[in-house]
Design a protein around this ligand. Structure first.
Ligand code: FAD
Length: 534
């Protein structure tokens, strides 16, 4: 008799999905069950809502992801209507603020824009799909370069990375040319102005089908594949507790939000990929409380502006025919506003920033028709510098056993501050943004630092480390120190100071962890089979 190793995964975002895919492809004997607190939004599980063409259906999908703030659809999460109070508001479409101000709200006055998404596919159903590679000190020091390179390539394959999306857009190319003239001489070889790598599949008409958790899951959600027979996704299934005994995880306590029934699900290994706030909260609620849990919170700060592209500069670089052809092509896919994506990547020592430049026909906000830049013929760029936050123990999310949140978990308090380590780089990034803006056209919005939490890229709260010295939660294979079969995943694992979108890096870390646990389970299954045969 053989034993089928079962892995339970908490959270259905890109990271939980990467674990499911790599485990099932690496271990043909394993089975994976994924638990997701939110509802399934699209017929294909985990698809990006940006691919939904109908604006009403897209708005509905976003509303259903907004947890306690999801209006008429909040019942889909099983949160009683009485818990929801007037005055709650959402952050970015598809997400919900953690500190929403009603009963059961988190406390985050110093990190007010902290937000999450609660749906199949997680934030990965709403993301912009930018996947730059981490560079220099952004990478993890204790993973060797050649291994890291291979992990990043595996992550890029899972996310369908495109390094030259929209590269044939003449306006995108003109923007690169202007930025190169302004900054090119100051940037090291290989780290100059270029296109921003994104996740998705380019279509023959020049548009993109954006990647979501569905892309990562791949064969697991295709009918008739061997992997799909060993994979199960349960939506509206809220994991309440990780059960464990003597350093060994035994399974999960799960609440079915449709029926309110609570039951135990036995598992040989558990992967917690429930975002950088709710994963450490679940560990805390389960009595797993390493010293660094919730500590060393970082994000990359963002200084942004919006520019109306200058007529003279653009018409010197793009012919009328090229411009008309681009407008005609874009009109075929009016639902997707992004028309070109450029960047200047992080490099050290002189450019510790990531600049992202998104080009669109319309500004990202309503512009008064009387504004001199309203209806700008050449369109607009929305661009921002990502600035790093140096990790500190005191920047943290902590949990209070004496005060439950709206889901019945120990409530969160976030404490966070920018210090003298960040301020000079924020000032330098603002100065560079002014230069970039002045080179490209007229400022429609002044450069400004977004409120803490706005990046949506929360890192460090379950950081990985080389040693169990109290400054990390997980070992180099993402296993919680002291627990061989409890794995954590997501941006929370990133221990470094980052300026860029972290999902690619977190998928790379997940690939490493998934391969290891798949191997570990295969070894254990063989041992158990041998024992049973004796
Ligand atoms: P998530 O995608 O957050 O998924 C976690 C899931 O866990 C959620 O669905 C949640 O409901 C579920 N969960 C939580 N608690 C429980 C529980 N107790 N039981 C069961 N389920 C639970 N990143 C980039 O790299 N590039 C970008 O361009 C980019 N743009 C973004 C734009 C937007 C608008 C947003 C919202 C995010 C963006 N991000 C971007 C961030 C990116 O989406 C995240 O890095 C990524 O989704 C993280 O994946 P994850 O699987 O770790 O977590």
């Amino acid at each position: 008799m053989s034993h089928t190793p079962t892995v339970a995964i908490v959270g259905s975002g890109p990271i939980g999905s990467a674990y499911a895919r790599v485990i099932l492809e690496s271990n043909p004997g394993a089975r994976v069950v994924m638990f997701e607190a939110g509802p399934q939004l699209t017929a294909v599980p985990g698809e990006s809502v940006r691919n939904i063409a109908d604006p009403d259906a897209k708005a509905r999908a976003r509303e259903m992801s907004q947890g306690p703030q999801s209006g008429a659809f909040r019942e889909s999460l099983g949160i009683p209507a009485g818990v929801v109070v007037e005055g709650m508001f959402t952050a970015r479409q598809g997400t919900h603020l953690l500190d929403f101000g009603g009963p059961g709200s988190a406390h985050a006055p110093s990190f007010p824009a902290a937000a999450a998404a609660t749906n199949v596919g997680g934030q990965g159903a709403h993301w912009t799909c930018a996947i730059p590679r981490p560079a220099f000190s952004e990478k993890i020091g204790f993973i060797a370069d050649d291994e890291w390179e291979e992990l990043i390539e595996a992550a890029e394959a899972l996310l369908h990375a495109q390094s030259d999306a929209f590269s044939d857009s003449p306006i995108g190319s003109a923007i690169r040319s202007v930025l190169h003239d302004e900054f090119g001489d100051e940037l090291p070889a290989g780290y100059g102005v270029g296109t921003l790598p994104v996740a998705g599949d380019p279509q023959p008409d020049g548009s993109m089908v954006w990647a979501g958790a569905d892309t990562v899951l791949g064969p697991l959600i295709e009918d008739g594949t061997p992997e799909s027979a060993r994979f199960e996704l349960r939506d509206l299934a809220l994991v309440r507790r990780i059960e464990h005994e003597k350093g060994e995880v035994t399974g999960l306590t799960v609440e079915d939000l449709r029926t309110r029934e609570v039951g135990f699900f036995p598992a040989d290994a558990v992967v917690v990929a429930a975002d950088a706030f709710r994963s450490p909260q679940l560990l805390w609620a389960s009595g797993i409380r390493p010293r660094a849990l919730g500590r060393y919170l970082t994000e990359h700060h963002v200084v942004i502006t919006t520019i109306a592209l200058d007529d003279t500069r653009m018409s010197g670089l793009v012919s009328d025919d090229e411009f008309s052809a681009e407008l005609a092509r874009r009109a075929q896919n009016a639902a997707d506003p992004v028309a070109a994506v450029n960047r200047i990547p992080f490099s050290e020592p002189d450019h510790p920033f990531s600049l992202q430049v998104m080009y669109a026909e319309n500004p990202p906000f309503q512009l008064d028709p009387s504004h001199p830049s309203a209806g700008n013929r050449w369109g607009y760029v929305n661009m921002g510098y990502g600035v790093r936050k140096h990790p500190r123990f005191e920047d943290s999310v902590t949990f209070d056993d004496g005060e439950l949140d709206y889901r019945g978990f120990p409530n969160m308090t976030i404490e966070y501050a920018l210090t003298d380590a960040e301020q000079p780089e924020i000032e330098e990034a603002t100065a560079r943004l002014r230069r970039a803006g002045a080179a490209l056209g007229a400022f429609v919005a002044e450069p400004r630092l977004l409120p803490n939490g706005s990046s949506l890229h929360y890192m460090g709260t379950m950081r990985m480390g080389a040693d169990d010295d109290g400054t990390s939660v997980a070992d180099p294979w993402s296993r919680v120190w002291g627990y061989d079969n409890l794995i954590v995943g997501g941006n929370a694992l990133i221990p470094t100071a980052n300026t860029m979108n972290p999902t690619l890096m977190s998928v790379a870390i997940a690939v490493r962890g998934a391969r290891r646990i798949a191997e570990q389970l295969a070894e254990r299954a063989a041992e158990r089979t041998e024992e049973l045969a004796r």
